[in-house]
Write a protein that binds this ligand. Structure first.
Ligand SMILES: *Cc1c(COP(=O)(O)O)cnc(C)c1O
Length: 371
């Protein structure tokens, strides 16, 4: 069989199961209800201006890994600002959130260790855990009794619990308070991915960890600069020793070119913006929209996050619904296996502070027509 025949066979199989994917241009003027740019920061002039200042030097690429070539002042300033924002000793940035996950877990865990994950954690965390060579144990989503049994069974080994704070495809929040109590009881470490929480929760907008008041008990805080912060890149915050160990052992940092300094400058601008009155205004706007949307859909519970899944079950149904919405001018993705379990396909609606009430009305109208 040629490689192309092999590829074709795989693709036909995906197609037959309604699991085929393709890239689409985002240039068609659709109303975007798919993005994680929750505050509209990606198009904020302050981010673009910060990047342009660096580009005028002029400097685009970083040239090599930071360990080979050193870094610019932008990387350092961003890391200092991140640590201050999150209230930790130190921070380290990676070129993406994905790189932060697959670099960090294997830097800390190995063959004789155990990584315990919530069933619904993001692919980057699963990949990181697998790469580490540690034993993987999975507990059903939010199932604290099950988690405790796993911790009990492996007590005495190096144990790392890995969870998201806001789950990327379900939009619900983790009971961090309870998880912290368990990890303290059994001497485990805790890694929390705040990809969908950073910038959106808490008085200081640090994330869900701030709301749950567990910052001092979470050894490894992870996040991305590419969602609410509107820029690009991943980060880890924690103790100085954690960050120093990652600098020595995280392969996605050591063997990868440093992010372009202009991007780090834009991320720093985003961090300043999120802590400013304008940041606060945008976050309030987003939560107003979310309460409104929730009410329009007739939901009785208040929204937990800007991620509003509409469960449809079959992959075919989700695809058809997304296609209908596309034809009507809305961009709402159908989320299918392997992003979610088989038979758990859904539309994933995300709102942004930059939507208008009219746009939300239009979407609700179409969703109702879809039943
Ligand atoms: C998006 C996402 C990541 C990856 O971040 P990128 O910067 O897009 O690579 C990691 N974890 C979760 C939960 C995410 O949703």
């Amino acid at each position: 069989m040629t490689l192309d025949q092999h590829a074709r066979q795989h693709l036909d199989d995906l197609q037959a199961h309604n699991l085929s994917r393709r890239l689409r241009s985002a240039e068609t003027p659709l109303l975007n209800f798919a993005s994680n740019d929750y505050l509209g920061f990606s198009t904020h002039p302050q981010l673009a201006a910060a990047a342009q200042r660096v580009l005028q030097k002029p400097r685009l690429g970083s040239g090599a890994s930071r360990l080979i070539c050193g870094h610019g002042p932008e990387h350092l300033q961003l890391e200092e600002a991140l640590a201050a924002f999150k209230g930790t000793e130190a921070a380290l940035t990676f070129s993406t959130g994905y790189a932060a996950a697959v670099g960090t877990i294997p830097a800390l865990m190995g063959k004789n260790d155990v990584v315990v994950l919530d069933k619904l954690v993001h692919a980057s965390l699963i990949d990181g855990a697998r790469l580490s060579g540690a034993t993987l144990r999975v507990y059903p989503h939010h199932h604290l009794d099950y988690l405790e049994r796993l911790l009990q069974r492996h007590q005495g080994q190096n144990l790392l619990i890995v969870t998201e704070s806001v789950f990327s495809m379900d939009g619900d929040t983790a009971p961090l308070h309870e998880i912290v109590a368990l990890k303290e009881k059994y001497g485990a470490w805790l890694m929390v991915d705040e990809a969908h929480a950073t910038g959106l929760y808490g008085k200081r907008r640090q994330g869900w960890i701030e709301v749950q008041a567990v910052s001092d008990q979470v050894e490894i805080q992870m996040g991305t600069l590419s969602k609410a912060l509107g820029s690009a890149g991943g980060y880890i915050t924690g103790s100085r020793s954690l960050i120093d160990l990652l600098i020595n052992r995280a392969r996605s940092l050591i063997f990868s070119t440093a992010p372009p300094p202009a991007i780090s400058a834009a991320s720093l601008a985003a961090l300043e913006l999120i802590q400013s009155p304008e940041g606060e205004k945008r976050v309030n706007q987003l939560w107003d929209h979310l309460r409104y949307f929730s009410k329009c859909l007739g939901r009785s519970t208040p929204p937990a996050s800007p991620i509003c899944p509409i469960l449809l079950g079959s992959e075919a149904k989700a695809l058809a619904a997304a296609e209908t919405l596309h034809q009507k001018g809305f961009w709402v993705p159908a989320i299918r296996h392997p992003t979610v379990a088989r038979g758990q396909a859904r539309l994933r609606v995300t709102l942004s502070a930059t939507h208008t009430t009219e746009q939300i009305d239009q979407l609700t109208h179409e969703l109702r027509r879809l039943g």
